[in-house]
Design a protein around this ligand. Structure first.
Ligand SMILES: NC(=O)c1ccc[n+]([C@@H]2O[C@H](COP(=O)([O-])OP(=O)(O)OC[C@H]3O[C@@H](n4cnc5c(N)ncnc54)[C@H](OP(=O)(O)O)[C@@H]3O)[C@@H](O)[C@H]2O)c1
Length: 240
């Protein structure tokens, strides 16, 4: 059966690792709708693997409401109903004391990660309900599992995304739509470029295996949730 994968924030390092993981079980008919923040697309590697007729790139800046609207307009033009949706966008992680955290940072985290998911879900989930199938994975963070210092705006946005996920699960779990999430701890990607090395070392040293989580382990977790027929409402911790 033809699958249509929608990756919002699909240009992320984790998005790339997940797409590569899914391509291991490639089906010739699969199509990929991949979103990134910029209008120029940097997915030549994927185009080379699946061909440009199966790849639809949508560039849109989710930090502005107009960007999400532009994304949805472009998405509707494709006339494709996603069978799988993976939501990954987030601004780079800031390491700031709560007292110094600005409303601008708070707003950016909510706009890019949460309001985008809310508006996109309002379009996609009813489409999935109509065809009685759909798999959704939200990428959260281990900050929803325990107390974390110096990342309030990020943590608040991920908790809000969890709230959205649970609301969707409650309303749609009997409609053939499976909605789950992964909650990974820190991975070495550009997302943590602004975090002081000392803080990263301390997270590494306090982990079970004295290392950060591998992106490929998180990609495996997402792939597992996407392949499950029964799992719904699960938040899968991927931590060390
Ligand atoms: N790395 C970690 O330690 C870690 C740990 C737990 C959870 N996560 C989560 O994993 C996900 C992927 O992160 P990553 O580590 O792979 O980081 P990344 O490579 O920096 O990816 C960030 C993604 O967000 C998109 N984005 C940023 N600003 C945007 C904007 N204004 N409008 C629309 N999209 C925007 C980026 O698009 P462009 O690339 O096109 O700009 C990119 O696709 C995020 O949700 C993050 O919270 C990461």
């Amino acid at each position: 059966m033809k699958r249509v994968f929608l990756f919002t924030g699909g240009t992320s390092e984790l998005g790339k690792a997940t797409i590569l993981r899914l391509l291991q079980d490639k089906n010739g008919d699969d199509e990929y709708i991949v979103h990134g923040s910029s209008t120029s697309h940097k997915l030549k590697w994927l185009e080379d693997k699946i061909g440009n007729d199966k790849l639809h790139y949508i560039g849109a800046d989710f930090s502005r409401r107009a960007g999400v609207d532009a994304f949805l307009a472009e998405f509707k033009r494709l006339e494709l109903v996603p069978t799988h949706w993976i939501h990954l966008p987030a601004p780079s992680l800031e390491f700031t004391q709560f007292a110094k955290t600005s409303l601008i940072s708070m707003d950016k985290n909510l706009q890019i990660g949460v309001y985008s998911a809310f508006s996109i879900a309002q379009v996609i989930i009813p489409q999935m309900k109509k065809v009685k199938r759909g798999k959704v994975v939200f990428v959260l963070s281990s900050c929803i599992l325990s107390k974390t210092k110096y990342m309030a705006s990020y943590s608040i946005a991920k908790h809000a995304l969890l709230g959205l996920m649970q609301s969707l699960v409650a309303e749609y779990e009997s409609s053939g739509i499976n909605i789950n999430a992964v909650a990974p701890s820190m991975m070495q990607t550009q997302f943590i470029n602004q975090i002081p090395e000392l803080a990263i070392s301390s997270i590494r040293e306090s982990s079970r295996l004295n290392k950060l989580v591998d992106i490929s382990d998180v990609a495996d977790g997402i792939s597992f949730l996407l392949s499950s027929k029964i799992m719904s409402g699960v938040v899968l911790p991927i931590t060390l």
